[in-house]
Write a new protein. Structure first.
Length: 300
C-alpha cells in the first residue's frame, strides 16, 4: 500500500472504530514497534448522534488497551440529524486540543484516496471554487498518510490481518451528501476515470499554490500593511476580487468562510459607504474606509 508514514514522534491518532482508522492504527502501531521514539495517543470523540455510539468508544478503548497505548475520549451531545459540518468542526476542535495537551507533532487521520475523490465531487456540487477541488491534503499539523490508499486496499488489509471494526449505521443513510456520493456516484468511476480525476486534482493543487503565491504577493504590496487599497480592489474583475479577498481572509487566519459570505463581502467592499462595517467570521468585521479595507475584531 502507498502509505506515507510520518517520522517517529508524538502523534494524536483519530480513531472512530471504523475500518479506515482501525487499519491506520494497526499500521502505525506495528511501525512504532521498530522505534522507541514513537508516542501514539489514540483519540476518540463520541458525537452523541447515535444511540449506540457509546459502543464505538468501548470498542476503540479495548483495542487501544491491547496495543498498550494512551487513550483519550470525549463525549458531546449533538443529537440525531446534526450536520456533518458541525460534527467535523467539533471533532477537529477536540483533536487540536489534544495535540496541544501532549505537545504532539500533529494529528493523524485515516482519510484515504476515496475520501479525496468524494470531497472533490461534493465541493464541486456545492460550488466551493478552485480550493474545493483539492481541499483534502496533508498539512504540517494534520497528517493524512493514507491519501494514496484506496478503500478496498484498507478492507483487504483488515481482512489479511484479522482486524475487526465497527460499522457506523449512518453510513448507509443517503440523505447525507457524502453517503450519496459514495454509494451512487463514485462507484461509476472505473480505474481509468479515477486515475484521470486524481490527476486533475493534483494539477489543480499545483495551480492553487501558484495562484496563492501570486495573490499573497499582491496583497503584500498594498499601501498599508494588513489592509487592501480600495481603489485598486474596486478595479479588479468580480471573480478576481473574490479570490483576492479570500486570500486576504486566509492570511488573517479567517479561513472558515463560505461562498455566500465571500460574495457578500466583495459586493459590500465595492459599494458600501465609508465607515460601514460588515461581519466576516470568528467575531471579525470588515471595515470600509475611504481609501482602504480593514479587518477588525467586532465590538462587543
Amino acid at each position: 500500500m502507498n502509505v506515507v508514514l510520518p517520522k517517529p514522534g508524538a502523534y494524536i491518532i483519530a480513531v472512530s472504530g471504523g475500518v479506515d482508522s482501525r487499519a491506520l492504527l494497526d499500521i502505525l502501531y506495528k511501525d512504532s514497534q521498530n522505534n522507541s521514539n514513537w508516542k501514539l495517543i489514540v483519540a476518540h470523540l463520541d458525537h452523541g448522534m447515535r444511540s449506540d455510539s457509546a459502543d464505538d468508544r468501548k470498542f476503540v478503548q479495548a483495542i487501544t488497551k491491547q496495543y498498550d497505548l494512551l487513550f483519550e475520549y470525549h463525549t458531546i451531545a449533538l443529537g440525531v440529524g446534526a450536520s456533518e459540518a458541525r460534527a467535523r468542526a467539533e471533532r477537529y476542535t477536540y483533536l487540536n486540543r489534544l495535540q496541544k495537551k501532549y505537545d504532539a507533532q500533529a494529528v493523524i487521520t485515516a482519510h484515504h484516496q476515496d475520501d479525496v475523490l468524494e470531497t472533490a465531487i461534493i465541493n464541486l456540487l456545492r460550488g466551493s471554487g478552485r480550493k474545493g477541488l483539492s481541499a483534502l491534503s496533508s498539512q504540517p499539523k494534520l497528517l493524512r498518510p493514507l491519501l494514496g490508499v484506496t478503500k478496498q486496499e484498507l478492507l483487504d488489509y483488515a481482512g489479511q490481518h484479522g482486524l475487526n471494526w465497527r460499522e457506523d449505521s449512518t453510513n448507509q443513510d443517503d440523505s447525507y451528501l457524502r453517503n450519496y456520493v459514495r454509494h451512487n456516484i463514485l462507484p461509476r468511476f472505473d480505474i481509468q476515470a479515477r486515475r484521470q480525476f486524481l490527476e486533475i486534482i493534483q494539477n489543480m493543487k499545483a495551480l492553487n499554490t501558484s495562484l496563492d503565491d501570486l495573490l499573497n504577493e499582491q496583497l503584500q504590496l498594498q499601501d498599508n500593511t494588513g489592509t487592501i487599497t480600495r481603489t485598486w480592489f474596486n478595479n479588479l474583475p468580480h471573480a478576481v476580487a473574490k479570490e483576492t479577498l479570500a486570500s486576504w481572509l486566509r492570511l488573517h487566519k479567517l479561513a472558515n468562510f463560505d461562498a455566500q459570505t465571500l460574495e457578500r463581502l466583495v459586493v459590500n467592499a465595492k459599494a458600501a459607504r465609508t465607515g460601514q462595517q460588515f461581519p466576516v467570521v470568528n467575531n471579525y468585521t470588515m471595515k470600509v474606509n475611504k481609501n482602504y479595507l480593514a479587518l477588525e475584531p467586532a465590538e462587543r
